[in-house]
Design a protein around this ligand. Structure first.
Ligand code: HEC
Ligand code: HEC
Ligand code: HEC
Ligand code: HEC
Ligand code: HEC
Length: 457
């Protein structure tokens, strides 16, 4: 091909690219929203003009309406440089754009036209959009200009927009002591539920808490590919399978956490108790079934709280603002039990040990290798962690302190099925976590709730 022909051909290609880009831009999904916003705003101004008695003021309003109607269509972007955010949300949510709508208030009722809630409160006053952008609180994909793309409900976008209560996870990222912060009540409730039900007995958060399972201090950063392999079709949320629209994006970290609380986690992580696919049997999730203990609203609160657990997101030091410190008080033995999460394994107020798969428990049949697998599974599922009031009567105070301080190694567990998996959950050693005076208070309380019959059961 001659250079001349190449030149003509490349020009034609360039023109085609221009036309395509122009057409694509014209069909851009954000345009109809922005156009409608200007038209609705112009209508409001014209209505005001019609009601205005002063001719000069009416003319001004009409001129303003005309200008509004002719506003250029453009992508609007907030650059929140400190937080590394480039948020184009206001391209559609125009009522939240300080340049188009300086008062940030309007009377529209629907998204994306309406103004932001609580404009007069700390929520907006203390976090001006020009400095914080939108995604620092909402998550989502700041640069995207389609509805699904921006809201992050697309495959491979790892930080989907936080829905409903979960938005309060954002407060947790920046505000230490958020428990006392106005507007973070749901996240605060989540933390309370977390500690009340003993999650910290097995999970640490930033190093504080148990070592049975993962540290949840960065759970919000867990990559989707690490959960994609699980069969979420077995998971039910509000009794329903997760919807499969927007690709698989419903299988996101919020629903992953929720699934652990509104399902028996053994349905989420069934593993391989009979070694069908692995060399060694692997027990189902060692996490307790909380479906009867934690309400749906409290589960949502926990999801909100844990949604703020990120290490990936870099937030400058000056953006970390602790709320007022909570008051410290001396703890009773019962409080010590709750503080360290003993209830995660031994049950609320030590009333009932929780499930410990394939441990020797109460009411189990004798192991018989000829039992069908389904029945064996049932028997293994009856394994429990000790119900403490039944046992602590046989200990002296000192023995009890020592037992709690040293724990019981996993290898000492008594299995129900010798061929089944090792029980996953064991009694941790607490000596480096609980002070001597707290241990004493704890042992005194446990002795006080011991069953009076000292036979052991
Ligand atoms: C292309 C236009 C568009 C962009 C860009 C956009 N939104 Fe929206 N947004 C909408 C529309 C339309 C709705 C209402 C329908 C819906 O909820 O899907 C909405 C609804 C919302 C809601 C309410 C959701 C609910 O469940 O009630 C929030 C919050 C929101 N957007 C935040 C954002 C944030 C944050 C961004 C930027 C990361 C953003 N939007 C970018 C169009 C957009
Ligand atoms: C400081 C954190 C924060 C920032 C920054 C922020 N929001 Fe919000 N936003 C919230 C909270 C919290 C709510 C829920 C308030 C309520 O309903 O009480 C909310 C509510 C909303 C809603 C209404 C949702 C509904 O139920 O209809 C939309 C839409 C929205 N925000 C969009 C945005 C956009 C766009 C930006 C950026 C211009 C932004 N937000 C910036 C915290 C924030
Ligand atoms: C990116 C970090 C960041 C996020 C996310 C964030 N805040 Fe803030 N917040 C701040 C900073 C910084 C200030 C201090 C502003 C100032 O003093 O100028 C502040 C101030 C406040 C104040 C006023 C504090 C006071 O003592 O008067 C309240 C209330 C507040 N935030 C609540 C919230 C809530 C509720 C959320 C979640 C919806 C939230 N914040 C999310 C950084 C953040
Ligand atoms: C007896 C120990 C135990 C207790 C108590 C416990 N968990 Fe777990 N948890 C586990 C184990 C083991 C896993 C890993 C297997 C699985 O995913 O189910 C796990 C997994 C998780 C995961 C998924 C972690 C990841 O990286 O994917 C979340 C989220 C979680 N737990 C939250 C909680 C919450 C919230 C509570 C309290 C309401 C709690 N856990 C109480 C043992 C426990
Ligand atoms: C991660 C789960 C877990 C947590 C958290 C936990 N325990 Fe245990 N605990 C166990 C298991 C399992 C056993 C039985 C160990 C064995 O014999 O194999 C046990 C045994 C005990 C025993 C001995 C009972 C007996 O068999 O005579 C005492 C006492 C005890 N735990 C007290 C506590 C106290 C107090 C706490 C809180 C500081 C606590 N445990 C936290 C799992 C746990």
């Amino acid at each position: 091909m001659s250079y001349r022909k190449l030149f003509i051909a490349s020009n034609a290609l360039m023109l085609a690219a221009f036309v395509w880009a122009f057409a694509k831009d014209f069909a851009a999904p954000w345009r109809p929203y922005q156009k409608k916003y200007y038209e609705m705003s112009a209508d409001v101004l014209e209505k005001k003009a019609a009601a205005e008695k002063d001719a000069k003021k009416a003319a001004d309003l009409r001129a303003e309406a005309k200008k509004m109607r002719r506003s250029p269509m453009e992508i609007k972007q907030i650059i929140a440089g400190d937080l590394g955010r480039f948020d184009r949300c206001v391209t559609c949510h125009v009522g939240m754009d300080e340049y188009t709508n300086p008062s940030l208030v309007n009377d529209f009722k629907e998204n994306p036209y309406k103004s932001h809630p609580k404009v007069d409160a700390a929520l907006v006053k203390a976090h001006p959009f020009t400095k914080f952008g939108c995604t620092s609180c909402h998550s989502g994909q700041g640069l995207a200009t389609t509805v699904e793309g921006a809201h992050g409900w697309v495959k491979h976008w790892e930080k989907p927009m936080l829905k409903g209560a979960s938005i309060q996870g954002s407060c947790v990222k920046c505000h230490g002591n958020f428990e006392t912060l106005k507007g973070a009540e749901i996240a605060a409730q989540g933390k309370k539920v977390f500690n009340k039900h003993g999650c910290q007995g097995c999970h640490a958060i930033n190093g504080v808490g148990g070592v049975i399972s993962v540290d949840l201090g960065d759970i919000a950063d867990k990559p989707f590919e690490r959960i994609a392999g699980y069969n979420f079709k077995k998971v039910r949320i509000d009794g329903k399978e997760l919807p499969n629209e927007h690709h698989d994006s419903h299988w996101n970290i919020q629903n992953w956490i929720l699934a652990h609380l509104v399902n028996d986690p053994a349905a989420v992580t069934p593993n391989d108790p009979f070694a069908h696919y692995n060399a060694e049997p692997i027990p189902p999730s060692g996490m307790p079934d909380y479906t009867k203990e934690i309400s749906r609203a409290d589960a949502d609160a926990v999801v909100a709280y844990l949604s703020g657990m990120t290490k990936e997101e870099v937030i400058p030091y000056r953006y970390h603002v602790p709320g007022p410190a909570p008051r410290q008080t001396a703890l009773s033995g019962k409080d010590v039990y709750a503080k360290y999460g003993c209830q995660g394994c031994h049950g609320l107020d030590a009333k009932q040990g929780r499930r410990r798969f394939n441990a020797a428990g109460e009411g189990q049949k004798e192991y018989d290798e000829k039992m069908p697998e389904a029945e064996q599974f049932e028997q293994m599922n009856l394994g429990i962690e000790p119900t403490l009031p039944n046992l602590v009567g046989t200990y002296t105070h000192e023995e009890l302190v020592k037992k709690i301080a040293n724990g019981v190694p996993a290898t000492e567990a008594k299995k129900w099925s010798p061929k089944g998996p090792m029980p996953m959950v064991y009694m941790p050693a607490w000596k480096d976590k609980i002070s001597k005076s707290e241990l004493d208070a704890l042992a005194t309380w446990l002795k006080s709730i011991a069953k009076k019959d000292d036979s052991g059961f």
